[in-house]
Unconditional design. Structure first.
Length: 622
């Protein structure tokens, strides 16, 4: 097997965003120009795992592990380098030339020829066919007119790869040319099997919405009837469960929304596909929708791994409010600790798609911000549904429901705020309400809350923990070595200046090794790339050292005097270190010759030098 050329590796590595790949396994939150999260390689409570998107590498201040996207997959999945490269290539829809893979590409071919691989290929091909029919054939003209009438532009149709499945059954003969396997076609979910065993297209006469997994691969479809829905016919028809598609885990547009949400740690949960697309058209690309059914526990878990806040943006009518109530209950029971929930409720009878068409993009964006409310605010309004609050009995029932809700809040300060709101609205004595709240809390077995603690979905709190940098302390010499390498790697003038110094040598072996390997890297690549050098290094300890160096907070511009000071400090340590090594070698030689007297004498000298070395290190540390 030939070694993968460095230019191929560079191309594959640069084709993906490291934070996007790592984000599939680690919940990342933006911090400055990078991202932080809990390290997947060791147990920790405070995030110390950093991902640098600009330099395309990760580093953990807690355990010291670092590397680029390949090393992350290798260490996390315990796979070899070539397999990690191949996996990243697949995410980027690229191919590693077969001659660089094990068994001359047979492994790669076997992977692409797996049943699931073939199923995904079939869905990708079906999406291309449906898209072509919509845009380029008379059969798709009516569907195209329908989409344009709903505000779809050519750009949106292309971005979401929308298509049309015509009445003519064209998919089976099209795919049979590519996959001549009846059982696989049968399992794909793209066809319906007749009583006689023949397969016919499942989707006919429908606008087609491709459904994608977290990597953007098409795994299923949802087809919508155009115009009036015939009786007994579902408006939306989803793909059935298949080995690659599970509607309970799938969220429409999640692959795009997840990446966009990195900027805000927020995702909007809409009711329908058109709501998501309409929001996307206004610039709100972090929107998702479930598969035409109620939100599921599995989808809540998917969202919980991706973001710290979800805004439920359903219709404002009665059905929409009930759907919000069900969604909140599901999040309450299954969301990760610390996740926040908000509600953005549109005017009754108006969905996001209609709101955008009626009011425009800028007004929709403003509405999402201005109308965001806490879960408590939503329920204080939701409990009013079908109640006549002018009736004393119904008002008492409403207040009882509201106080039960307030009793569950962890902050007495928040409780007091809502009590004030209720007392003012209904012209009641706040003291009486507070007494009733205490009675309800006692009845429910809820202890008195602290005004300082607040971690319910209705509360505002910090969603990003800044990493505690647990990097080991280094003495002045090591710091000088790290700074020097940092500037040498990023500044050609500094590199040339240091390499021109006769007999220059780093005091510590790992920095000297890193320096020598960097020389080899530059001779092959010319320009420096932290992620590229990570690939060039073969030892994890050296990658960790490089990650530590790259995390140094330094000014981009540097005075040569600082460089010279670092060099002098390093060289000051060299003679002593070399003398110690020479003495250790002489002692071994004297011992091998059974010259005990000389070995003793040399040992005494060595002890003196070691003592002096310790004193110097102590001075540097202080």
């Amino acid at each position: 097997m030939a070694r993968i050329p460095s230019e191929v590796i560079d191309q594959i590595r640069n084709s993906v965003d490291i934070s996007d790949v790592i984000g599939h396994y680690v919940q990342l939150h933006q911090s400055g120009k990078g991202f932080v999260g809990l390290c997947p390689f060791h147990e920790e409570r405070t995030p110390s795992f950093n991902v640098n998107v600009q330099k395309q590498f990760y580093y953990c201040f807690g355990c010291g592990r670092g590397g680029n996207v390949f090393q992350f997959l290798m260490e996390l999945k315990h796979i070899p380098f070539t397999e990690a490269v191949e996996e990243v290539a697949q995410l980027a829809n690229m191919e590693v030339p077969s001659q660089y893979l094990d068994n001359n590409g047979k492994d790669n071919k076997q992977k692409s020829d797996t049943p699931n691989g073939k199923l995904m290929m079939m869905h990708e091909e079906a999406a291309k066919l449906y898209h072509h029919v919509l845009l380029n054939t008379p059969a798709g003209a009516q569907a195209l007119k329908y989409l344009k009438g709903r505000g779809m532009t050519d750009e949106l149709i292309n971005d979401f790869n929308l298509g049309f499945a015509p009445e003519q059954r064209i998919l089976k003969p099209f795919l049979t040319q590519k996959v001549n396997d009846y059982q696989l076609l049968r399992k794909s979910g793209l066809f319906v099997e007749n009583n006689d065993g023949n397969l016919r297209d499942r989707f006919v006469g429908r606008v087609m919405y491709p459904l994608r997994n977290q990597y953007g691969r098409v795994i299923g479809f949802s087809g919508r009837v155009i115009g009036k829905v015939p009786e007994g016919t579902p408006k939306y028809l989803n793909s059935p469960e298949t080995p690659i598609f599970n509607k309970r885990r799938t969220l429409f547009n999640f692959n795009v929304a997840r990446k966009e949400a990195r900027q805000t740690s927020k995702i909007y949960l809409f009711e329908g596909f058109m709501d998501v697309i309409s929001a996307y058209a206004t610039g709100v690309k972090n929107g998702v929708a479930s598969m035409g059914t109620s939100l599921t526990e599995e989808q809540v878990a998917v969202l919980g791994r991706a973001v710290n806040q979800v805004d439920i943006c359903y219709d404002g009518d009665s059905a929409g409010q009930n759907a919000i109530d069900r969604a909140i209950t599901l999040f309450r029971d299954h969301k990760p600790r610390g996740m926040q929930l908000r509600v953005v409720q549109l005017p009754a009878g108006v969905d996001p798609d209609e709101y955008v068409q009626q009011n425009g993009a800028s007004q929709f964006n403003k509405y999402l911000v201005d109308q965001e409310e806490t879960v408590v605010d939503f329920y204080l309004r939701f409990y009013r549904m079908n109640k006549n609050l002018n009736n004393q009995n119904e008002l008492i029932s409403y207040l009882e429901q509201s106080l039960k809700l307030l009793a569950t809040l962890p902050s007495s300060l928040e409780q007091d705020m809502y009590l004030t709101k209720l007392a003012k609205e209904f012209e009641l004595d706040k003291t009486t309400l507070k007494s009733q709240l205490a009675e309800i809390s006692h009845r429910l077995g809820i202890k008195e809350r602290s005004p300082l603690r607040s971690d319910t979905p209705g509360q505002a709190q910090s969603v990003v923990s800044h990493p505690v940098q647990q990097q080991k302390k280094v003495n002045r010499t090591e710091l000088a070595e790290q700074l020097l390498l940092r500037y040498m790697f990023h500044d050609q003038e500094v590199w040339d200046h240091v390499t021109a110094i006769n007999n220059f040598h780093f005091a510590h072996e790992r920095y000297q090794t890193l320096y020598l390997l960097a020389e080899g890297y530059f001779s092959e690549h010319g320009e420096y790339s932290a992620a590229g050098l990570m690939d060039y290094l073969k030892e994890d300890s050296l990658r960790s050292t490089l990650g530590q160096i790259e995390q140094l907070n330094v000014d981009e511009g540097v005075e040569m005097q600082l460089i010279d000071d670092c060099v002098q400090l390093i060289q000051k340590q060299i003679p002593l270190s070399q003398k110690i090594k020479e003495l250790q070698s002489q002692i071994r030689e004297a011992s091998s010759l059974n010259n005990n007297e000389l070995a003793t004498q040399l040992t005494m000298e060595l002890i003196k030098l070691l003592k002096k070395q310790q004193e110097l290190k102590a001075e540097e540390t202080n």
